[in-house]
Design a protein around this ligand. Structure first.
Ligand code: SF4
Length: 168
């Protein structure tokens, strides 16, 4: 699974993409492996949309109702982010996804860092709502800066699967 904006889809809050050019991504595209999603759009938010940040905790806290996702004008958009995370998980389960590469620092897709809720571009360690839900479900989540690690995880899974295949 991959964040749609990393593939060049213009789905970010400001209408831009965050395309990553990388040999691994090119190979995965050619191999037909990638399933793209923008959880915020799937959760019913438009493009463009007001930027939003987690406030009071990280994505896992939002899943448990202990933190909110809010815009700078203090509109609570948590329900959209939760719906987007559920949509991503459903898609992942349908495609039997085991590894995801998601755009870091997003309140949905961040897996290493997020912004701190002050709208001052202050980064803190933490994960977004979708990354947290996918991880809770056993999916390994990496940021776009960790493509080699994602490739290694994929190779490990494939090797385990081929080792478990029945002999003919
Ligand atoms: Fe990209 Fe994820 Fe933000 Fe959508 S929600 S624009 S896929 S980072």
């Amino acid at each position: 699974m991959i964040s749609a904006c990393l593939l060049g889809q213009r789905v970010r809050f400001d209408g831009a993409a965050a395309q990553v050019e990388d040999e691994l991504l090119t190979r995965w595209i050619e191999e037909g492996r990638l399933v793209a999603i923008c959880p915020e759009v799937s959760g019913g938010l438009p493009v463009p949309r007001p930027s939003a940040e987690l406030r009071g905790g990280s994505g896992a806290d939002a899943l448990d109702g202990r933190s909110l996702v809010v815009t700078a004008s203090n509109t609570d958009v948590s329900e959209h982010f939760l719906a987007g995370a559920r949509a991503a998980l459903e898609l992942a389960q349908r495609h039997r996804i085991r590894v995801a590469v998601l755009k870091d620092r997003s309140p949905s897709c961040g897996s290493l860092q997020i912004y701190d809720g002050s709208f001052t571009r202050t980064r803190i360690g933490g994960e977004g709502v979708t990354a947290a839900l996918l991880r809770r479900s056993g999916i390994r989540v990496f940021s776009e800066a960790e493509l080699p690690a994602a490739a290694a995880a994929l190779a490990e899974l494939e090797s385990a699967l081929s080792g478990a295949a029945p002999r003919r």
